[in-house]
Write a protein of this length. Structure first.
Length: 200
């Protein structure tokens, strides 16, 4: 089975775990702020603006803590193992998911949430970490790949003309002569034939 992980063939470059943790805390904390605002808005009683932090503020903290934990464990694991692969994502997801179950105080929920998020994130990372499909062949130049597709799947011009016909800016070789002959035969009109540019 082919390994679709994102490990490089070259030497490992250490990651800045602290920097990525701070970025993740800010990003997921902002997402938590939005979710907390939605919770505060949907409440039956009027909580006011401060309710965003006093009543539903734990959502902001949980989101920020989960994002920071995931980023730190993922990068720290990569630095310790000196490998950038799917296992780092799985480990980060395990610790981040466990934080959701800790407030319940039940070990099965801690392990279940941790395992669930770990499997979800590891599967996403293993399948290319992209919604459009697998991108594990990142060493392939995209322009060269598309040029190769064009050359291998190009149809002959004569086949295209035979299938869709001439017109709408698509004209085959000898079109001007054929058009002039048709107009002469049908309407007895002489049409000057301009020399064709060679088709490339």
């Amino acid at each position: 089975m082919a390994d679709h992980s994102h490990s490089d063939d070259g030497p490992y470059h250490p990651k800045n775990a602290i920097g990525s943790t701070m970025n993740a805390v800010l990003l997921t904390g902002g997402a938590g702020l939005v979710v907390s605002g939605v919770q505060n808005t949907l409440a039956k009683e009027n909580r006011g603006f401060l309710g965003l932090f006093t009543r539903t503020g734990s959502t902001i903290g949980l989101f920020a803590l989960m994002g920071g934990t995931y980023a730190f464990v993922k990068d720290a694991s990569a630095n310790i193992r000196e490998k950038d692969d799917t296992w780092n994502t799985a480990l980060g997801g395990l610790f981040a998911g466990a934080l959701v179950g800790i407030p319940t105080g039940r070990l099965p929920r801690v392990l279940g949430f941790g395992a669930g998020l770990s499997i979800l994130l590891a599967t996403f990372e293993y399948s290319g970490a992209h919604f459009r499909g697998n991108r594990w062949k990142e060493h392939v130049d995209e322009v060269a790949r598309k040029d190769e597709i064009r050359t291998t799947r190009r149809r002959p011009f004569e086949e295209t003309i035979a299938e869709i016909g001439e017109g709408r800016g698509i004209y085959g070789p000898g079109y001007a002569e054929r058009r002039a002959a048709l107009l002469k035969a049908k309407y007895n009109i002489d049409v000057p034939v301009t020399p064709e540019k060679p088709y490339a």
